[in-house]
Design a protein around this ligand. Structure first.
Ligand SMILES: [Fe+2]
Ligand SMILES: [Fe+2]
Length: 260
C-alpha cells in the first residue's frame, strides 16, 4: 500500500495547489491513499467545510488537523458528521470531532490517528499524546486494522522524535506536521515504522510559513500586530510517500516529496 501524506495546506491558494498537482502525482507514484493535514486550509486560518471539500475534491482520503482545527465554529458539526475529517484526539476540552478513523481499502484497512503535542501547546490543555497513542493503537488492533498511521501535530522536534521512537514497530508510519518546514530526516526506524519529523507545508513559497513575510517581519521587529494575511505567488507541495507492506504493517520504502 502506497500512502502519500501531505503537509499543512495554507488557505485556498494551497487547496488550489493540491488540486493542480495531486492527480498527476498520484498516478505517477502509484498512490493508494492520501492523507492531508488541513488545519490551515481555510482562508483566515483554521478549517471550514468548504476548504475540506476542496481537499477531498483534490484527492484526499483523510484530512487531519492540529492546533487550529477548532478555531472556526462553522466546522464543529462537520467534524461530528464526517468520518474522515479528524482533529487531534488528545484535545481534552474539544467539543466536537475525533482523532481516529478506519479506512477500508478493500484488500486492507488503515487506521489513522491524529494527535497534538504538549510542548508549546499548553493553552490547548492536551492530554498525554503517548498514552493516547497507546489507547488508540489498541483500538485500531481491535478494529482489525493491518496498517496504522499517526499524524503528530507538534512544535518541538524532540517531542516528535520521542513519540516516533516510542511507537516504532507498533505502527506502520509516523509523520509530524505543524512547523510548515520540511525536515530531511525521513527514515525507516529499527522496528519498521516509516518516520519523518515534519512533512512541511503546501502553500506560497515566498512567505514566512505561508504568511506575507512583511507582516511577520514587522511583528517580530517592531511589535506591529497587524492581522496575518496569506502570501501569494508560486506554491510548493510538501509531503512524504510511505511504501507499506500490508501484511506486515511495516514501511519498506520512504520517499520525501517537495514539489515547487
Ligand atoms: Fe499549520
Ligand atoms: Fe499547527
Amino acid at each position: 500500500m502506497r500512502l502519500l501524506a501531505i503537509g499543512d495546506v495554507c488557505g485556498s491558494i494551497g487547496c488550489d495547489e493540491v488540486r493542480r498537482v495531486l492527480p498527476e502525482l498520484k498516478r505517477k507514484k502509484n498512490i493508494d491513499m492520501v492523507i492531508i493535514n488541513g488545519e490551515n486550509s481555510a482562508d483566515g486560518n483554521g478549517i471550514l467545510p468548504v476548504s475540506a471539500e476542496s481537499l477531498f475534491a483534490g484527492g484526499a482520503d483523510v484530512i487531519t488537523g492540529g492546533n487550529h482545527s477548532l478555531r472556526r465554529r462553522q466546522i464543529y458539526d462537520y467534524l461530528d458528521e464526517k468520518e474522515f475529517v479528524l482533529r487531534p484526539h488528545n484535545l481534552s476540552d474539544a467539543v466536537s470531532g475525533k482523532g481516529y478513523c478506519l479506512v477500508d481499502l478493500g484488500s486492507t484497512s488503515v487506521a489513522v490517528i491524529n494527535l497534538v503535542g504538549k510542548m508549546y501547546f499548553e493553552k490547548l490543555k492536551p492530554s498525554c499524546p503517548f498514552k493516547t497513542a497507546d489507547l488508540l493503537i489498541e483500538k485500531a488492533k481491535n478494529d482489525g486494522a493491518r496498517i496504522i498511521i499517526v499524524d503528530f501535530h507538534a512544535e518541538a522536534t524532540s517531542e516528535k522524535r520521542a513519540l516516533g521512537l516510542y511507537l516504532d514497530g507498533r505502527i506502520s508510519a509516523f509523520f509530524g506536521t505543524h512547523t510548515h518546514v520540511q525536515t530531511s530526516d525521513e527514515q525507516i526506524l529499527k522496528n519498521g515504522t516509516g518516520y519523518i519529523t515534519d512533512l512541511g507545508m503546501t502553500g506560497p513559497l515566498n512567505s514566512v510559513l505561508g504568511v506575507k513575510s512583511e507582516i511577520i517581519i514587522n511583528r517580530l521587529k517592531d511589535g506591529d500586530m497587524s492581522k496575518f494575511e496569506l502570501a501569494e505567488g508560486r506554491c510548493c507541495l510538501c509531503g512524504c510517500i510511505f511504501d507499506i507492506d500490508s501484511a506486515a504493517g511495516k514501511t519498506r520504502g520512504i520517499e520525501r516529496v517537495f514539489i515547487k
